[in-house]
Design a protein around this ligand. Structure first.
Ligand code: ZN
Ligand code: ZN
Ligand code: ZN
Length: 147
């Protein structure tokens, strides 16, 4: 079984890694998106290493989604912007795989095929580009849309 925390834990554990859940102390923690992470994600310490793949109103189903991503070997991080905006990021190189997985994950959560994100917010439209799922359908298959 994997170690639960860093080697310095007798010292001062300050929190858990937002990516892998490992306990970190003041000596070895890093931050990205203002979230605490451990020192095992060297390549992911810059925000530019991440791509947004989901926008949600709350963290409700996120554990499940993150678990599925983890099963595929895809790291993820949840960033709470404010009380009703939660963002899900994956490493840029895994964005397409993560999006493909979220898209077929079975729930009814809309996706934006343009931005390649899933969004479950109060908004009917993609919070990034402003398109609705119907707009997407039209673009994907214009003939079907007109009776
Ligand atoms: Zn970690
Ligand atoms: Zn430590
Ligand atoms: Zn969009």
């Amino acid at each position: 079984m994997k170690e639960e925390g860093c080697e310095h834990l007798d010292d001062s554990p300050i929190g858990k890694c937002a990516i892998c859940g490992k306990t970190v102390c003041s000596e070895c923690y890093r931050t990205v998106f203002s979230e605490t992470i451990c020192d095992e994600h060297e390549a992911l310490e810059e925000e530019s290493a991440w791509e947004l793949v989901g926008l949600y109103a709350d963290t409700g189903t996120l554990d499940e989604k993150r678990f599925e991503l983890e099963e595929q070997g895809i790291a993820s991080i949840v960033v709470e912007e404010d009380e009703d905006a939660v963002e899900l990021y994956v490493p840029a190189e895994d964005k397409d795989d993560a999006y493909a997985m979220l898209k077929v994950s079975g729930d009814e959560t809309p996706v934006c095929t343009e931005c390649k994100i899933q969004y479950a917010t109060d908004s009917e439209t993609c919070p990034i580009c402003g398109k609705t799922p119907a707009d997407m359908d039209e673009e994907a298959d214009p003939i079907e849309e007109y009776d």
